[in-house]
Design a protein around this ligand. Structure first.
Ligand SMILES: [Zn+2]
Length: 423
């Protein structure tokens, strides 16, 4: 059920932010929930599913290092079986880092399965750890300071069993089908247990618009993602144990709707973006403005984390290079020189700020932010400019719906208060 285009997306997003649908489960934490016989799901920030078999547990995901103990305690209320096999759906810190907490009685690390691309992900995190901390300070903290941010690296217990396209395992007579799909990451696995009708999609389902646009992170693959969601639906799962948010228990029609509507949303965004690219290959920002953004009333497709506009950007990036299409941006002047030239024309940075404030008061926050950027870049040390620009970005954040937009604008305010425009 995809509707489009919304007349004024900003209004709709503001409304949703302040009145999230009651059925929305993006922020659901709890457990253990019995999603099928001898199968339990718990979530704290991210989800863990434990399948008890006669040979031990098959765990799908393990939480973060910090939340692993809590998740393990919940799962251990339901089963004391040792871990036979762990499957990491992908190499993010909230899925592949909590396994040690599930090992009891001095148990040695069990078999750990991940996709072939996972080790390269951990190498990239190690190579770019400061960069990643800065990105995550902005994305998750709305902040400048990266010191408190979790360091992305390799998990203490990395996968010892890698596979390429598909893998089927049987543990204690229970079969688990693993499938690789590029989606949020290039190392993503989704797991189906046909004997129990349970689907573990990892972060391919998160009770929100898929994290397929993420402004600061590496390439996502919404077209492959949609194919995977349709393949999951074809399995006719009865229960859904997602990467984030609450489970769906024994409700096959609801699981179908969630999977197929999410696939359709991604397909629509990809198709419309490619159509605009094909119609003259305009500058990137003009593509973004020309794509009609789909929106949905379904509680599993609200822009609580990522949002459609960012997915459009991600599609543009995949199908072209970094050149924005604006000629001045091919080999640009330093931004400070541009800002100074505009400030001179405007009769000073204070005049730019005043006009930015007027635009913000007239509810054109997007345009206000352009002028605010120039003002801060022209006069980064002026405290009145810092304060005014920070206030504009705080207002911008307040008007947004997705965590990524909210926190990037909040971080812009934090940078402004420090007199540090993005360089
Ligand atoms: Zn996740």
């Amino acid at each position: 059920m995809i509707q489009n285009p919304v007349q004024n997306p900003t209004d709709k997003f503001v409304e949703m932010r302040h009145r999230p649908p009651e059925e929305a489960k993006f922020f659901w934490n709890g457990g253990p929930v019995e999603v099928a016989e001898r199968t339990w799901f718990s979530s704290l920030l991210s989800g863990v599913t434990a399948f008890e078999t006669d040979e031990g547990l098959v765990l799908v995901d393990t939480g973060t290092t910090a939340f692993g103990p809590h998740l393990a305690k919940e799962i251990r209320q339901a089963t004391t079986a040792p871990v036979h096999t762990a499957i990491y759906t992908h190499g993010h810190v909230d899925h592949a880092f909590g396994l040690a907490s599930f090992l009891v009685g001095g148990q040695a690390p069990p078999r750990v399965i991940g996709h072939r691309a996972m080790p390269a992900r951990f190498e990239r995190y190690t190579r770019t750890s400061s960069h990643n901390r800065s990105l995550n300070a902005r994305q998750f903290g709305g902040a400048v300071d990266a010191a408190e941010t979790v360091d992305f690296a390799a998990p203490a217990i990395p996968p010892d069993t890698l596979y390429d396209d598909e893998l089927s395992i049987t543990v204690g007579g229970v079969t688990f089908e693993l499938f690789h799909a590029r989606g949020e990451t290039d190392d993503h696995t989704w797991v189906y247990c046909p004997d129990r009708g349970v689907l573990c999609p990892g972060d391919l389902i998160i009770w929100g618009v898929p994290n397929a646009g993420n402004p600061q992170k590496v390439q996502r693959y919404p077209w492959d993602w949609a194919v995977a969601l349709r393949a999951m639906a074809a399995k006719q799962p009865r229960s859904l144990a997602p990467g984030h948010g609450g489970p769906v228990v024994d409700d096959a029609p609801l699981v179908q709707r969630i999977l197929l509507e999410t696939a359709e949303l991604l397909e629509v965004i990809v198709e419309r973006t490619v159509e605009v690219l094909e119609a003259g290959s305009p500058p990137h920002v003009d593509v973004v403005r020309r794509v009609e953004l789909p929106a949905s009333d379904s509680p599993w497709l609200q822009p609580v984390y990522d949002e459609a506009e960012f997915i459009v950007r991600n599609v543009i990036r995949f199908f072209g290079g970094w050149y924005s299409g604006r000629p001045s941006e091919l080999k640009p002047s330093p931004r400070r020189d541009v800002a100074n030239a505009i400030a001179v024309l405007a009769n000073g940075a204070s005049a730019l700020v005043a006009e930015a404030q007027r635009l913000a008061d007239a509810d054109d926050l997007a345009l206000a932010c352009h002028l605010a950027d120039y003002a801060l870049e022209a006069s980064p040390d002026a405290t009145d400019v810092q304060t005014a620009v920070a206030a504009i970005y705080e207002r911008r954040a307040e008007a947004e719906s997705s965590l990524m937009a909210i926190n990037l604008f909040r971080s812009a305010a934090a940078y402004a208060r420090e007199g540090r425009p993005y360089a």
